[in-house]
Design a protein around this ligand. Structure first.
Ligand code: ATP
Length: 317
C-alpha cells in the first residue's frame, strides 16, 4: 500500500485546496520554519483517524480548522483526503460491502459545529473502517511509521510493553489481536445472551406450566359446558314432549268439551222448543178459561135476570 496523494483544504495553515503528490521513491518537503511542513504530517495523522487533539499539537479538535489570518476569515470546515494505491489487493469495508479497489481514497471532514464525516471512496464510513485499512500495514495514526518531531526520544525511551505494541503492529498481528479482542467480546456477549436466554427459557417454562393448567381448566370447562348443553337438550326435549302430550290431551278434552257443548245446546234448544209448545198450550188453556169465564159470566148474568124475572112473576101472583 503506497501513499499517492494528499489533498488538504481548510486544514490548519492550508486555507486553500492543496494537493501533495507522492512520487516513487522518497518525497522531501522543505520550507522555512513555520511554513506548514508538520501540518502536512498532522493532516496524514488526522485523515488516518487520529482522535487526540494533543497529538495534532492542538488544544481541541476544532484547532485543525483554518483559524483565519489578517486577510482571511476563519474556515467553516477542514477536509483531508488521502489516496492510497492498493497494489496488494487488500480487502476493506466500503459501506456494507467488502472489496479490494485498486485505489483507496480516505476522507475526513470536520465542521466547526463539531460534526464530522468519514468516507472511503466517497462512501460514508465509520472511523473503524478507516482504521482497519491500516491494520497490518505498519502504518496508521498510532503507528511508528510516522515519527513526528521529538518522537524519536519517546521511541528510544519506550517501555517494553510499548515496544511490544510496535513490534506486533509491524509483524502484522495487531489485526489478529483486534479480532481476538472482538471475538472475546462477542463470546462474552454470547455468554450473557445465553444467560439471558436461560432466564427467558425459565420464565417461558414457568409461563408454560401456568398456561398448561389454564388450558386444562379451560378444557374441563369446555367439556362441562358441552355436558350442560347436552343435558339442557335432553331436559328441553322432555319438556317439549310433556308439552306436546299436554297439548294433545288438551286438544282431546277441547273436542270432548265441544261435543258436550253441542249436546247441551241441542238439549237447550229442545227444552226451549218444549217450553214454547207448553207456552202455546198454556196460552190456549188461558184463552179457553177466559172464554169459559166469559160463558160463565154471561150464563150467570142470564141466570140472574131469569131469577129476577121469576121473582117478579111470583110477586105479581
Ligand atoms: P518547523 O520547521 O519550525 O517545524 P513547520 O514548517 O513544521 O515548522 P508547522 O508547525 O507545520 O510548521 O506550521 C505552523 C504554522 O501553522 C504556524 O504558522 C501556525 O500559525 C499555523 N497554524 C497552525 N494551526 C493553524 C490553524 N488552525 N489555522 C491557521 N494556521 C495554523
Amino acid at each position: 500500500m503506497k501513499l499517492k496523494r494528499l489533498i488538504i483544504q481548510g486544514f490548519k495553515s492550508f486555507k486553500d485546496r492543496t494537493i501533495i503528490q507522492f512520487e516513487e521513491g522518497i518525497t522531501g518537503i522543505v520550507g522555512p520554519n513555520g511554513c506548514g511542513k508538520s501540518n502536512i504530517v498532522d493532516a496524514l495523522f488526522w485523515v488516518m483517524g487520529e482522535q487526540s487533539a494533543k497529538h495534532l499539537r492542538g488544544a481541541s479538535m476544532k484547532d485543525v480548522i483554518f483559524a483565519g489570518s489578517s486577510k482571511y476569515n476563519p474556515g467553516a470546515w477542514a477536509e483531508v483526503s488521502l489516496i492510497l494505491g492498493n497494489e496488494a489487493g487488500k480487502h476493506i469495508h466500503i459501506g456494507q460491502k467488502v472489496c479490494n479497489p485498486t485505489e483507496i481514497q480516505l476522507t475526513r471532514k470536520l465542521y466547526r459545529n463539531g460534526e464530522s464525516e468519514y468516507k472511503i471512496n466517497n462512501t460514508q464510513s465509520r472511523l473503524r473502517d478507516i482504521q482497519e485499512v491500516f491494520m497490518d500495514t505498519g502504518a496508521g495514526s498510532k503507528s511508528y511509521s510516522i515519527i513526528a518531531q521529538g518522537e524519536i526520544n519517546r521511541l528510544v525511551q519506550a517501555k517494553p510493553e510499548e515496544r511490544r505494541t510496535i513490534i506486533e503492529e509491524v509483524a502484522g498481528i495487531t489485526k489478529f489481536k483486534a479480532r481476538k479482542k472482538e471475538s472475546l467480546r462477542k463470546i462474552d456477549q454470547t455468554h450473557s445472551n445465553i444467560a439471558r436466554l436461560n432466564d427467558l427459557k425459565n420464565e417461558i417454562e414457568k409461563n408454560l406450566r401456568s398456561l398448561k393448567s389454564q388450558a386444562e381448566r379451560a378444557e374441563k370447562a369446555k367439556s362441562l359446558k358441552e355436558k350442560i348443553k347436552k343435558n339442557d337438550l335432553v331436559t328441553n326435549s322432555h319438556k317439549v314432549y310433556d308439552l306436546l302430550t299436554k297439548l294433545k290431551q288438551g286438544k282431546g278434552s277441547v273436542s270432548q268439551k265441544k261435543l258436550d257443548l253441542a249436546e247441551r245446546i241441542e238439549e237447550r234448544e229442545s227444552i226451549e222448543l218444549a217450553l214454547e209448545e207448553e207456552k202455546i198450550v198454556k196460552d190456549e188453556g188461558i184463552q179457553k178459561i177466559e172464554s169459559l169465564q166469559d160463558d160463565f159470566n154471561r150464563d150467570s148474568k142470564e141466570l140472574a135476570s131469569d131469577e129476577s124475572k121469576l121473582q117478579g112473576f111470583y110477586k105479581i101472583r
